[in-house]
Ligand binder design. Structure first.
Ligand code: TMP
Length: 405
């Protein structure tokens, strides 16, 4: 995929912002502790020309996603977020009762299930075999494939040309955004909209969420880089909306330039707001804060262990693996990770070798501290633990810098 130091959006040279070392792919949980694992560099680069932030090294999508273990957790916070997003789309006239909606990376179909009553038809497309089958079994029509111009044409032939295409937290998960956009521009209705929801680079940087950096996240989009990318495909960024979900997300709304929609003032305002934090200097400061946060977490865990405290992590998240591996934490300090996802339980986190157990097991033998590797669900996880009568365990929240609550 071209030179390692080349922007995969605009082709200009890139420069290194932050090197997090080598790690295995974040969702490659192991069945056996001693299973061999390969580690790949995790290096963030920036393009001065279009503002793009990307991983220097891209892994092959097929290796990452065909046997994917990430199933969207059932979470009241996520359900609330779906509602906010759907209300936003409806109140802005972006969807109505006649809309036909295609979701890319639809996983188990939870978002489509939420939007289905408000629109006329839905279909999902997702490359993970087992998860697409699960969505179909639950009644959400789902095509099992990667989304690109070829699969898009097939989907449009079998179903319809969508009025709305949604890509939530998957648009940055591919080496070439041009491939996905090629599919979108091939089938989107002439006056249709393409909605991309993604972790927002501004939040990642301002809140020192260095753990958002892992191999699946190949791009860290800003308004500047997204607008540039869309323009390359004859599309206009017409609106942006921010949301607190997943540590700070942004919803980009794009239309075909030929549809003649003017960008709303939200776009220009967001551009102004993000310019300094995402500049070369702003990112240099982010890299420095990251190094300090990693060292601080390592120190905190060592101190607690020296006092004889027990620690588990909570959430076998992708970002948790960056956090643990960059901070040098392993099963010798943190033996267990609680997670509600059945297929993750009984497996070992890559590199750190921490064993994933069920929440029930973690509640039965609670540690002194839970390191919240799923800090994006802090409120509901803390409430869940307390509701089980556990008022003893404290929580280490790693972001924006490690602190105890
Ligand atoms: P995510 O941040 O990528 O959505 O991953 C969240 C992980 O945390 C997922 O593996 C499920 C787990 N989780 C729990 O174990 N309990 C919970 O209450 C929630 C909300 C998530």
């Amino acid at each position: 995929m071209g030179d390692l130091n080349t922007c995969r959006i605009c082709g200009a040279p890139t420069e290194c912002v932050l090197d997090l070392g080598k790690t295995p792919p974040a969702n490659s949980l192991k069945k056996r502790r001693d299973e061999p694992e390969a580690a790949f560099p995790l290096v963030l680069h920036r393009c001065d020309t279009c503002g793009n932030l990307q991983l220097r090294d891209c892994l092959i999508a097929d290796d990452l996603y065909r046997n994917y273990l990430y199933v969207t957790p059932s979470s009241p916070m996520l359900s609330r977020h779906y509602r906010v997003l759907i209300d936003y789309l409806s109140s802005h006239g972006h969807v109505n009762a006649g809309s036909r909606v295609l979701e890319i990376g639809s996983n188990a179909g939870l978002f489509l299930e939420a939007i289905a009553p408000d629109v006329s038809a839905v279909v999902g497309v997702d490359p993970a075999t087992a998860i697409a089958a699960q969505a179909n079994a639950a009644g959400i029509p789902t095509v099992c494939d990667f989304f690109n111009a070829d699969s898009a044409a097939r989907i449009a032939g079998e179903y319809w040309r969508p009025d709305l295409i949604v890509a939530r937290h998957c648009f940055a998960h591919n080496c070439s955004p041009h491939e996905m956009l090629g599919g979108v521009t091939k089938i989107l209705a002439d006056d249709g909209l393409f909605v991309i929801e993604n972790a927002y680079a501004l939040n990642t940087v301002e809140q020192t969420e260095f753990d958002q950096i892992y191999h699946e996240h190949m791009f860290y989009y800003s308004v500047r880089s997204m607008r540039h990318l869309l323009q390359m495909h004859g599309m206009t960024l017409v609106d942006v909306m921010t949301a607190s979900i997943h540590g700070g997300s942004i919803v980009f709304v794009a239309a075909r330039a030929t549809a003649g929609r003017e960008p709303l003032p939200t776009v220009e305002r967001a551009l102004e707001r993000e310019t300094a934090p995402l500049s070369r200097e702003g990112l240099g400061a982010f890299a420095q804060r990251t190094r300090e946060a990693g060292a601080k977490l390592r120190r905190l865990v060592s101190e607690l262990r020296a006092e004889g405290r027990t620690i588990n992590t909570y959430g076998a998240t992708a970002k948790g693996n960056t956090l643990l591996n960059y901070s040098g934490l392993t099963a010798s300090d943190i033996p267990f990770c609680a997670d509600s996802t059945e297929i993750k339980q009984g497996r070992y986190l890559p590199q750190s070798n921490i064993l994933v157990i069920s929440e029930e097991q973690a509640f039965a033998d609670p540690p002194d501290y839970f390191l919240l590797t799923a800090w994006n669900y802090q409120e509901e996880i803390v409430a869940k633990v307390r509701a089980r009568g556990n008022i003893r365990s404290k929580f280490i929240v790693p972001i924006p810098e490690p602190h105890i609550i």
